[in-house]
Design a protein around this ligand. Structure first.
Ligand SMILES: C[S@@+](CC[C@H](N)C(=O)[O-])C[C@H]1O[C@@H](n2cnc3c(N)ncnc32)[C@H](O)[C@@H]1O
Length: 503
C-alpha cells in the first residue's frame, strides 16, 4: 500500500458506502465484469472499503472464474482513509483467500495528490457532501480545484451562492480528467443534483474537464451517456438526497437527448433528458420528445424589482424572530404575519405565526441601534438574544454582523415590504399554486425561508395580473420535467426566474 500520503481529511467526508448487491447491480448493468475479463484496467477512485472491487471478485467466484494475480493487477483502489483500505484487504483475504496486491491500493487524496496511472474504466461512488459542509481546513485546500475545474466562476461566487455545490461534482471532473485513458468509460452512483441543480451545478454541466498531467493541462470533454434514476428503490438506506447512476464516456462531446431511465412502479421506463435552454442548464426529462412542445420560457412582463425571491431567513434564530401568535410584548410596527401551509388550504385564514423584522419598511434596511433603543421592549428582546444572534453563520449574514447589524436577517429588502406578494410554496411540493397576499393589521405577509417564494407587486391589479400569468398550466408541467416534484428545489426562485426568462 502506498503510505506516503497524508491523512488529510476527517474520516467521515461524504461516506455513503455502496451495498455489495448494488455494486454488483451496476457492474452487471454495464457489463463491467466482462470488460475486466477482456483485459480492461479498472479503478475505483474513491473506493471506501472497496465495494466495487469486492463485487467483481464475488462475481468471479460465482462464475468459477479464477482470481489470478494478472486479473488482480487490473483492479485498483484509491481511498483517502487508510483503515478502509485495510478493511478491504482483510475482507479479500478472508473471503477469497488471496492477498490483494499492495501495488493496487493507493491511500491518497485523489483531488490534491497526483496519481501516475490511467485506467480504461472508472467505477464507484464519489463522496456526497456539500462544499459548505466540508471541514474548514479541507475547504481551503480544495477551493482552488473547484475554481480550476470551472465549477464556480470566481472566488466571490464560491463564498456566496455556491457552497451548495457537491464535492461529487469536483471528484468526478478530476477523475474523468486525470485518471481515464483515451475514450475510457466511467460508471458512478451520484446525487441527481448534478443534472438538475440550478446555479450551483451548472459548472459541472460544461461537460469538460482538464488533464493536469499534460503540459498545457489540456481540456478533455466527457459525455453523460445513460442515467438510471432511482425513485422508490433504496440503494442507500438513510440517504435523503435523490440519486441515480450514470455512464460517462471520456473524450466525447456531450450530445442530447441523453437516454434517461426512471424507476416507475419498480420498472425502468425510458425517458429522454435535455437541458432547459442552454447546454449548461438543468435538464428536463420527458417520456416523449413531443412533450417539448411546451415552451421552455413564458412571457410574463415583470420589472427588475419583481425578481422572484425566497422568504425571510433568520439563519437559525427562529426562536428569536418567529412567534406562534402575535407577541404582545413587542411593538406591532415590527411584527409581520408569516405564511404557513394553512393559507394554501384556506386562503382567508388568519396568521398562525408572526415574524419580527427590525427593519425600515421604506428602505428595506435594518434599523440602527439608535432607533432600536427608542423602543425599550425591542431593545430588551434583541439584547437578550445578542450572543445567539452574533454567533450565526453564513457569508452574507456575517458581513451584516461585521457591519454591526447583528439583528439582521436574510431575504429582507424593499421587496419584502411591497404591499402585495404573489407567493407560492417552493419546497417539496408537487403542485404550483400561486396566491396573492396583502396585509394583516396594516403589516404585509412574509414568506418563510426556502419554503416560500414570491414576486413582489406594488398594486393589487398588478398582483392579480402576475398571479393569472403564473397560473399557466405549462409552469407545473415544466417544473415536473425539471425533476423537482416533491424535492427541495420544486419551485425555488432561481428556477422560476429561468422559466420566466429572467437572466
Ligand atoms: C461515497 S463513499 C463511496 C465508497 C465506495 N466507492 C463505495 O461505493 O462503497 C466515498 C469515499 O470517498 C472517500 N474520499 C472522500 N474524499 C476523498 C478524496 N479526496 N480522495 C480519495 N477518497 C476520498 C471517502 O473516505 C469515502 O470512503
Amino acid at each position: 500500500m502506498d503510505t506516503k500520503t497524508s491523512h488529510l481529511i476527517d474520516a467521515s467526508i461524504g461516506q455513503v458506502f455502496t451495498p455489495l448487491k448494488w455494486a454488483e447491480w451496476l457492474i452487471n448493468r454495464w457489463s463491467i465484469f466482462d470488460a475486466w475479463l477482456d483485459g480492461a484496467h479498472i479503478c475505483d477512485p474513491t473506493a471506501g472499503q472497496g465495494a466495487f472491487a469486492l463485487a467483481m471478485l464475488h462475481i468471479a467466484q460465482r462464475k468459477g472464474i479464477a482470481i489470478t494475480p494478472e486479473r488482480l493487477s487490473r483492479l485498483t483502489l484509491i481511498e483517502i482513509v487508510p483503515s478502509h483500505l485495510e478493511r478491504f484487504r482483510q475482507n479479500v483475504k478472508q473471503e477469497f483467500g488471496v492477498d490483494f496486491p499492495d501495488s493496487q491500493t493507493f491511500c491518497q487524496d485523489v483531488i490534491l495528490e497526483p496519481h501516475q496511472k490511467k485506467y480504461d474504466i472508472l467505477v464507484g461512488n464519489p463522496p456526497w457532501a456539500n462544499f459548505g459542509d466540508l471541514p474548514t481546513v479541507y475547504k481551503a485546500r480544495v477551493k482552488p480545484f473547484f475554481l480550476v475545474e470551472g465549477l464556480v466562476p470566481d472566488r466571490q461566487k464560491m463564498l456566496l451562492g455556491s457552497s451548495r455545490i457537491d464535492i461529487a461534482a469536483l471528484v468526478l471532473k478530476v477523475v474523468l480528467g486525470r485518471l481515464l485513458k483515451n475514450n475510457g468509460f466511467g460508471y458512478f452512483y451520484l446525487p441527481t443534483s448534478l443534472f438538475f441543480g440550478d446555479g450551483a451545478h451548472s459548472g459541472f454541466r460544461s461537460y469538460s474537464t482538464r488533464d493536469s498531467r499534460t503540459p498545457l493541462a489540456a481540456h478533455r470533454n466527457f459525455a453523460v451517456d445513460t442515467v438510471y434514476e432511482f425513485t422508490t428503490t433504496k440503494v442507500f438506506e438513510g440517504v435523503n438526497t435523490s440519486y441515480c447512476c450514470a455512464k460517462f464516456q471520456g473524450d466525447t462531446r456531450q450530445s442530447f437527448p441523453v437516454t434517461y431511465f426512471r424507476e416507475l412502479d419498480r420498472k425502468w421506463v425510458e425517458h429522454k433528458a435535455l437541458p432547459l435552454k442552454n447546454p449548461a442548464d438543468a435538464w428536463r426529462v420527458v417520456q416523449n420528445l413531443d412533450a417539448l412542445n411546451t415552451g421552455a420560457t413564458l412571457e410574463v412582463s415583470l420589472s427588475p424589482e419583481q425578481m422572484p425571491r425566497q422568504g425571510v431567513n433568520t439563519c437559525g434564530a427562529n426562536r428569536v424572530f418567529i412567534f406562534d401568535g402575535k407577541p404582545s410584548h413587542l411593538p406591532e410596527a415590527f411584527l409581520y404575519p408569516l405564511a404557513t401551509k394553512e393559507i394554501w388550504r384556506q386562503p382567508a385564514s388568519l396568521p398562525c405565526k408572526w415574524i419580527l423584522l427590525p427593519y425600515h419598511q421604506q428602505t428595506g434596511k435594518p434599523l440602527t441601534w439608535h432607533q432600536i433603543e427608542q423602543c425599550d421592549a425591542l431593545r430588551e428582546h434583541l439584547q437578550n438574544a445578542q450572543d445567539v444572534l452574533q454567533a450565526r453563520k453564513g457569508t452574507f449574514l456575517r458581513s451584516a454582523i461585521n457591519r454591526g447589524n447583528w439583528w439582521a436577517l436574510l431575504g429582507v429588502g424593499p421587496y419584502a415590504f411591497a404591499p402585495f406578494k404573489v407567493i407560492w410554496e417552493a419546497y417539496g411540493k408537487r403542485q404550483f399554486n400561486p396566491i396573492v397576499l396583502d396585509s394583516v393589521d396594516g403589516q404585509v405577509w412574509q414568506g418563510n425561508q426556502a419554503m416560500h417564494a414570491f414576486i413582489p407587486c406594488w398594486t393589487e391589479h398588478d398582483a392579480q395580473r402576475v398571479k393569472t400569468a403564473l397560473e399557466n398550466p405549462e409552469i407545473p408541467d415544466l417544473l415536473r420535467q425539471l425533476n423537482g416534484a416533491g424535492k427541495c428545489n420544486w419551485a425555488q426562485p432561481g428556477k422560476i426566474k429561468k422559466i420566466l426568462a429572467f437572466e
